[in-house]
Write a protein that binds this ligand. Structure first.
Ligand SMILES: *Cc1c(COP(=O)(O)O)cnc(C)c1O
Length: 535
């Protein structure tokens, strides 16, 4: 299987080459030339596999220059739950045993903290939580940084190192990341002290939660750097993209024995591991008897950069029975507007919300969807993207719009609704959700009311509520006092829910990275980091 760029240039390359380089030289994103197919029989077979086996099978469909032995090794390492006995990981493992309110400290007595940080704290890796007979939450935040980015970023470094080997690359790779909060920490955790790699993360100085910031600025590792950008996420992302396309700068790095790559969801190696959890959720619904083989379900996804929901689209395209993908936006509802009107228009105010990982006006991965739906016409995509950078907007023709509304629905959620949804779900069901997940659940309720579609639906739950403790506490009606870490403990006290291990001792770690730079100084910051780390 070969990969090509959404903008028509760059030629055909292998999966390993696409992962090693991240972004195509024509500015486009890589995607597979043709798509594989998973039969219902295969899905049924995967239902009897643990998460790592399901993920290896899905990865193997797309990464055919990797052996199944390699992929099985990587997924077993990436998706491990070291505190749990293998026998318990078996499918059919009783959900009730690991119900909400479950105290982490009870998981395994005498169990070493350091071990938790390198694995998942749930034997099923990506478990479903049943809310009612037609609604389940897919909890993607049991990894080392308590947000869904771990699902991909525990895998990507392994895929990246193997890809460098397969492409005979001898230079070091320097991973540049622009983060709206969660990607940065998950990438740092994934690449920390991985030989042959360096990683530099840019985050918007005033755009991340206290916990997110603490997680990043206390990161350990000799090959890492973290810098705040004086701007918002789009400024950070635009800065990183322009560094990638700066030929003179890339030539300088080459002389220094180094090249740039990406751990953002523009890298195909980030996307493909995400397809696996859509399939896995379907398998778990089958195993629990909530659905029958072949029955169509919906997924409702809190969306920012369109990476997560795009993985859902690919899951649908390779044969998973999905009826609708519901794209949920917060107050920054550029995507909901686009799905409804076919016009993408980023000329609008940017809001800082309680769901910061969705505070995005330029959703990079939409480009892949448009390419798939525009007859794979790279020229058309290049024209949209050029309109976007010149005028801040583009409009797609009606056939593309119809294709989108055939598969996607949209929804939105205000700040007040985010809070009332968290409160309502907790009071009614005793289930604590974070701000991003609340945006999705609110969008799902509206979708059901508008369409009458009662299909079984999986709400993709993207972060632990403890990652956004301040917002969750105030949603539950508590007055805030003190800093972000006080809120973490207070949220645990007030709700009886256990704090995930990786967030428990954050306040005891000393900050290592306190620099901030204006947005036009990002390139110099990269240069300084590479010079210092090469010494
Ligand atoms: C990154 C993130 C999102 C948005 O995901 P995209 O792939 O960018 O659409 C939603 N919720 C949380 C908690 C995130 O970290």
């Amino acid at each position: 299987m070969f990969y090509h760029s959404t903008r028509g240039g760059g030629g055909k390359i292998t999966a390993a080459e696409a992962i090693a380089t991240g972004l195509s030289s024509d500015g486009g994103l890589y995607l597979p030339e043709s798509l594989p197919w998973v039969s219902l029989n295969e899905i049924e077979r995967l239902a009897s596999e643990p998460y790592s086996g399901r993920a290896a099978a899905i990865l193997g469909l797309f990464l055919d220059d990797f052996t199944s032995e390699e992929l099985n090794d990587y997924t077993r390492e990436a998706y491990s739950a070291p505190g749990f006995d293998q026998a318990q990981i078996a499918p059919g493992f009783d959900q009730a045993q690991i119900a909400p309110g479950f105290d982490q400290a009870q998981i395994a007595p005498g169990f070493d903290q350091a071990q938790i940080a390198s694995g998942f704290d749930h034997p099923q890796i990506a478990p479903l939580h049943r809310l009612d007979s037609s609604t389940h939450f897919l909890e993607l935040w049991h990894g080392p940084t308590s947000a869904f980015k771990d699902m991909a970023l525990q895998m990507l470094p392994r895929l990246m190192i193997a890809s460098l080997r397969k492409t005979n690359e001898t230079r070091d790779v320097c991973i540049l990341v622009a983060t709206s909060g969660d990607t940065g920490k998950a990438a740092l955790e994934g690449f920390c002290d991985v030989a042959g790699t360096k990683i530099m993360v840019f985050y918007p100085r005033d755009g991340v939660s206290d916990v997110q910031k603490l997680q990043m600025i206390t990161q350990k590792g000799a090959n890492v750097n973290v810098v705040a950008v004086e701007g918002n996420f789009d400024d950070a992302q635009t800065g990183v993209k322009s560094i990638f396309s700066d030929e003179a700068f890339n030539a300088e790095l080459d002389v220094r024995g180094c090249f740039l790559s990406s751990a953002n969801s523009i890298n195909w190696g980030r996307l493909v591991p995400q397809i696996a959890y859509y399939v896995s959720a379907y398998c778990d619904l089958l195993t629990s008897g909530a659905i029958k083989l072949g029955e169509s379900i919906n997924f409702c996804v809190p969306t920012g950069n369109f990476g997560n929901i795009l993985a859902g689209y690919y899951a649908m395209k390779i044969g998973l029975p999905i009826k609708k993908l519901i794209c949920a936006s917060n107050k920054n509802d550029v995507l909901a507007d686009f799905i409804e009107t076919g016009v993408y228009d980023k000329n609008r105010p940017f809001y800082t919300t309680a769901s910061p990982s969705m505070d995005i006006l330029v959703s990079s991965n939409l480009e892949r969807l448009l390419f798939e739906l525009s007859g794979k016409d790279g020229g058309a995509i290049a024209a949209y993207m050029s309109d976007l950078s010149k005028t801040g907007r583009y409009a797609v023709p009606s056939d593309v719009r119809d294709a989108i509304t055939g598969m996607f629905a949209s929804g939105r959620c205000s700040e007040a609704e985010t809070a009332s949804t968290i409160d309502g779900v907790f009071r009614e069901h005793g289930y604590l959700i974070d701000t991003h997940t609340a945006v999705a659940y609110k969008a799902l309720r509206d979708y059901r009311a508008d369409t009458g579609d009662g299909s079984p639906t999986v709400v993709v739950s993207t972060a632990s509520p403890f990652k956004f403790s301040d917002s969750v506490l105030s949603a539950l009606g508590y007055e805030l006092s003190g800093n972000g870490m006080d809120s973490v403990n207070r949220l645990a006290d007030e709700t009886g829910c256990g704090v995930p291990a990786p967030l428990r001792d954050l306040h005891m770690r000393a900050p290592r990275f306190t620099d901030s730079v204006p947005k036009d100084e990002m390139k110099n910051a990269v240069q300084r980091f590479i010079d210092v780390s090469n010494r």
